[in-house]
Every structure is written in C-alpha cells, then in structure tokens.
Design a protein around this ligand. Structure first.
Ligand SMILES: NC(=O)c1ccc[n+]([C@@H]2O[C@H](COP(=O)([O-])OP(=O)(O)OC[C@H]3O[C@@H](n4cnc5c(N)ncnc54)[C@H](OP(=O)(O)O)[C@@H]3O)[C@@H](O)[C@H]2O)c1
Length: 217
C-alpha cells in the first residue's frame, strides 16, 4: 500500500552506515532537509565528523552512530554489506536495519544481478538480531542529489511491520512519488535485481531511470 507523505516532523533517528558514499550522502541530505534526525557513519570517524559538519548532521564511527538509532540504513559498498552487518551486529542490537544494497555483476557491456538465489538482504537478516527490510534500490544517488525530489516511487519490502513502517516513512520523504510496500523480505530478490535492470536502461538511454507503480488507489 502507498504511504501518504509525512505531515509532521518526526524525531526518529536514522543512522546511515557508509554515509560518506554517494548514496549515503544523498540520503543524509534529503532526510535531514525533511526534519529527520540523521547521523552519518564511516569506518573513519574523522571523515564522518567532517562530512557531518558540512551537512549539519552528526557524524561518527559506524559503531557509534548505530547505537542510538531507531533505524539503521546500511549503505556501504554492496560487496562489503554482509560483512559490515556482521561486524556491527552487536552495536545494532535489536534496531531495525534497511538494506539498500544490490549485488551486481558487470559483464560484456551489460549489468546482471550478482546472485540468483537468496537476496543480500535475506543474508543480512541471518547475521543481525533485529528486523531487516530492503528498499530504495531503484533510486539513483544522482537523482536524489538534485534540488527537487525525483519524480518516482520508492519500494520497500520486509517481514516486520514496524521496521517496514519506519523505512516507508523515510522513503516517502525522498521522492515526489510514493513509498510503496512491496511485500515480504523475500521480494528483496526482485528489488535487488531491479537495480541491474535500471542500470541497463540507463546505459541504453543515457538517463537516470526510476520507477512508478501505476494504478494504485
Ligand atoms: N549509488 C547509487 O545510486 C545507489 C542507488 C541505490 C542503492 N545503492 C546502494 O547503496 C549502497 C552504497 O552505494 P554507494 O554508491 O554510496 O557506494 P560507495 O560510494 O562505493 O560506498 C559507500 C561507502 O561504503 C564504504 N565502503 C567502501 N568499501 C568498503 C569496504 N570494503 N568495507 C566497508 N565499507 C566500505 C565507504 O565508507 P567509509 O570509507 O567512509 O567507511 C563508502 O563511502 C550500495 O549497497 C548500493 O548498491 C546505491
């Protein structure tokens, strides 16, 4: 179901692990601009603090920012996502985690899903205690970094209603379209594969493609 645009400023604290990357920075800026209490994390606490000062948000080591969070967004390079989740599991505790990662394989001028079995998000769910949701894979950092929110929808899936609600609420702040509940965590296989699809479209048309779900009520 689509989620209505948030009306009031919320005091939810969102920690972005790997907040120094292209996607993490774009998420931090846009969430902060809509009143979310954002903290950016890095393996390098100095780098995070410097970036945080530029964006007007808290910046610190990954281990520190996740401790006070209501939602952890895992936004490190995809190849490092599972290991990073494992290494932060104690610090994250029972806090919900949103995986934005997509495992990709680049070959012969095309982009392919990096895995054909379980999604990265499902594997991350195996190594942390709290609920895991997956989403935002169809958003491009470059689109999020534009002055206006991108004219597209955002998809989130997961098995825990409260965790999904938090992620959908953040998603609704990022786009001009809607944040759409796409179903259980197993749907992350499709969301992660969608990134490969969109990157092939981008290459074909020289754009930053996004998605819209039509015929919603
Ligand atoms: N870029 C996009 O348009 C986009 C769109 C949708 C989803 N995503 C997803 O968002 C995530 C981040 O994407 P990105 O483009 O921001 O990636 P990125 O810039 O390549 O990396 C993000 C951060 O990951 C950390 N990192 C890099 N290598 C690492 C390693 N070996 N171990 C631990 N941490 C490492 C770095 O932070 P520190 O060095 O500061 O620790 C880096 O700033 C990915 O999972 C991607 O699939 C990206």
């Amino acid at each position: 179901m689509p989620v209505p645009k948030p009306k009031a400023v919320r005091s939810v604290r969102v920690a972005i692990v790997g907040g120094t990357g292209a996607f993490g920075r774009a998420l931090a800026q846009r969430l902060h601009a809509t009143g979310v209490d954002v903290a950016v994390g890095s393996r390098d606490e100095t780098r995070a603090a410097e970036l945080g000062a530029v964006y007007g948000v808290h910046g610190a080591a990954n281990e520190e920012v996740v401790r006070d969070a209501d939602l952890v967004i895992l936004s490190v390079r995809s190849k490092a996502a599972l290991e990073m989740a494992r290494s932060l599991a104690d610090a994250i505790g029972d806090t919900p985690l949103l995986s934005v990662a997509a495992d990709l394989r680049f070959d012969a001028g095309a982009v392919y899903p990096g895995r054909l079995g379980r999604s990265l998000a499902e594997e991350i769910a195996d190594v942390v205690r709290g609920p895991v949701v997956a989403g935002f894979q169809s958003l491009a950092a470059a689109s999020l970094a534009q002055p206006e929110p991108p004219d597209e929808d955002v998809l989130v899936c997961g098995d825990d209603a409260q965790a999904k609600r938090l992620a959908l609420d953040c998603g609704a702040r990022l786009v001009a379209g809607r944040a759409v509940d796409a179903g259980p965590l197993a749907i992350a296989r499709a969301l992660e594969g969608l990134t490969a699809l969109l990157l092939n479209v981008n290459r074909r048309f020289g754009v930053e493609a996004g998605i819209r779900i039509t015929n919603l009520p």
